[in-house]
Design a protein around this ligand. Structure first.
Ligand code: TXA
Ligand code: MG
Length: 346
């Protein structure tokens, strides 16, 4: 199993930063915490190290990797153009769970951007990565630290169970405080285009984009992924693939007003209730007729923090079916709804 370094005292934190920096300087991969999900990090300027990320994850070569920075200045240096819109969003949301897609500078290797002309940049608020970046001086390429098409990890144990011996070092920075991946926003088109919803909602992006009055182009609202014209030959943002972020069991998102209704629906569908894990926050089945119940918090932030851990638990128990109670339709839930939609796509 990989070595897992604790960080719960200042001295342990300092040792972990040092050890991670040494490994990354040697071109190795390290599992590192962020506030969203754990990342599988490499020196973003070392193409061989970045190639190891694709190999270890089994990630398709056309899926670009997010580059993590420790300041706005560092982000600017990695961008060929830094639009005013990038500055507005960065000043409002960085450090934090926001990735900005900008035109890349020539210092970014092709392997990071999957040959594309843009790069996704993020300054995380969890202190571990910024401390490592400051120590090494180089930015970190890091996708979520999971095998391709598996669930994203929200604690060090999730990372360890994915990679086993194939990853030498993981830094344990605790449970991720946000719990789902960053909001990805393309800022190269004069208006924000949300490529992947997250816990920073579209309305908040819009508000930050509009608060200063500049040219008319910005007075249009952000557009959803559906509004993006296809770019031939290139996967625009593979996090937008219909099936992604999925557990191994078959996941469905349903609503019910009483558990008898849920029970009947399962029987009608020919599904054995014994084989089902229900993840519920409001209509919690309590009769015992559905033996596997996981209760999840009913506010969006706490729900996001908990959902991947619950889905990992379903995988660990070998749940064949996972019924997730449909979350509310309000904007603060859009990132969560997006992930559940992709996880439920067959
Ligand atoms: O919260 C996060 O974003 C986490 C942590 C580790 O920072 N990272 C993460 O990385 O979720 P990954 O590789 O699992 O997802 C990155 C998403 C993908 O949907 C990818 O297609 C998109 O960002 N992306 C990265 N660079 C892009 C680019 N230049 N243009 C468009 N989409 C890009
Ligand atoms: Mg991922």
């Amino acid at each position: 199993m990989p070595e897992i370094l604790p960080t719960h005292t200042p001295a342990l934190f300092a040792v972990a930063v040092q050890r991670a920096a040494e490994a990354l300087r040697r071109g190795e991969l390290v599992g590192l915490p962020t506030e969203t999900v754990y990342g599988l990090a490499a020196n973003a300027l070392d193409r061989e190290a970045v190639a190891r990320i694709y190999a270890l994850k089994g990630r398709p070569a056309e899926n670009p990797i997010i580059v993590h920075v420790a300041s706005r200045e560092m982000a600017r240096e990695l961008a060929a153009e830094w639009p005013d819109l990038a500055d507005r969003l960065a000043s409002q949301f960085w450090p934090g769970p926001l990735t900005l897609v900008v035109r890349r500078s020539t210092s970014i290797p092709d392997v990071v951007t999957a040959g594309g002309e843009t790069v996704g940049l993020r300054w995380p608020v969890h202190p571990l990565m910024p401390a490592v970046i400051q120590m090494t001086g180089f930015p970190l390429a890091a996708p979520s630290a999971n095998l391709a098409n598996q669930l994203s990890p929200t604690c060090a144990a999730h990372v360890a169970s994915q990679f086993g011996d194939r990853l030498a070092l993981i830094v344990d920075g605790g449970d991720c405080n946000v719990g789902i991946e960053s909001t990805v926003v393309d800022v190269t088109r004069g208006r924000p285009v949300i490529l992947r919803p997250g816990m920073i909602a579209g309305a908040a992006i819009e508000a930050a984009a509009f608060d200063r009055d500049i040219d008319g182009a910005l007075s249009r609202p952000p557009v959803s992924p559906e509004g993006i014209p296809p770019v031939s030959g290139v996967l625009r943002s593979p996090g937008m693939l219909p099936r992604h972020y999925a557990p191994r069991g078959r996941l469905v998102v349903w609503s019910w007003t009483h558990e008898s209704e849920l029970h009947r629906r399962l029987i009608d569908a020919g599904i054995n209730p014994e084989k089902v894990t229900v993840i519920a926050y409001r209509q919690i089945p309590l009769s015992g007729r559905l033996p596997h119940i996981q209760v999840i918090p009913d506010d969006a932030e706490a729900y996001a923090r908990a959902i991947y851990g619950q889905l990992h638990a379903c995988d660990a128990e070998g749940a064949e079916w996972i019924v997730v109670e449909e979350p509310p339709g309000t904007p603060d839930w859009e990132g969560i709804r997006d992930r559940l939609r992709r996880a439920s796509t067959p």
